[in-house]
Write a protein that binds this ligand. Structure first.
Ligand code: CTP
Ligand code: MG
Length: 181
């Protein structure tokens, strides 16, 4: 595979894990998952992790995966890159895994006494990648191994922080997000 094909496959495979965060920003609000509970003085997760945001994020990721799965063969024929399909379980693992990774990062951030919205470089950009890949590896191991070859994984890890930072900067510019990261 050419390096460009690897990049295309990496972005395509990760799109269902990329949109949940953005959908959560748009749809978030309402009751926080931790219900306001604290743990050792700090909030367990914080007001930035809500049931509605998590459900909307997961639904958006799964919905996108199902669309990509349908248009994949046509896109592959047009651009000549063998983009992966998304079995339902893979769609769920990527989308929900992204939300779980982001929630786990908030848990860690609160234990480190970082307020809601405080940046933790690295963690903020890769938490959802780790969550999505971990759940995919766990629940759809064969699909995971076929899709995320070492080259694709490398591109995902290098490219995701850049994509994440640029979309968040746009969301901030549009007034949808409180911080540009
Ligand atoms: N959001 C949500 N539910 C989630 C994730 C995000 O409702 N599971 C919404 C919240 O409104 C949140 C916004 O999306 O404020 C931005 O998400 P994020 O940057 O992950 O949260 P922060 O507010 O920065 O909080 P934290 O410090 O815990 O990451
Ligand atoms: Mg944040």
């Amino acid at each position: 595979m050419s390096w460009l094909s690897v990049v295309v496959v990496a972005v395509w495979a990760m799109l269902p894990a990329y949109v949940p965060n953005n959908a959560a920003v748009l749809a978030g609000g309402g009751r926080p998952i931790d219900g306001g509970r604290t743990l050792g003085g700090a909030r367990a997760l914080g007001d930035g992790k809500t049931w509605r945001g998590t459900a909307a994020g997961t639904a958006a990721g799964v919905g996108l995966a199902l669309i990509l799965d349908r248009i994949g063969p046509t896109v592959a024929a047009v651009i000549g890159v063998d983009v992966p399909g998304f079995p339902l379980l893979a769609a769920l693992a990527l989308a929900f895994g992204a939300m779980v990774g982001d929630i786990a990062a908030s848990f860690i951030k609160r234990r480190l006494d970082r307020e809601r919205g405080a940046p933790v470089p690295g963690l903020d950009q890769l938490d959802f990648v780790v969550g999505a890949l971990a759940l995919a590896a766990l629940f759809v191991p064969t699909w995971f191994a076929d899709t995320f070859t070492p080259g694709v994984l490398l591109v995902v890890v290098l490219l995701t922080p850049l994509l994440h930072l640029s979309t968040n900067a746009i969301a901030y510019g549009l007034g949808l997000k409180d911080e540009p990261y």
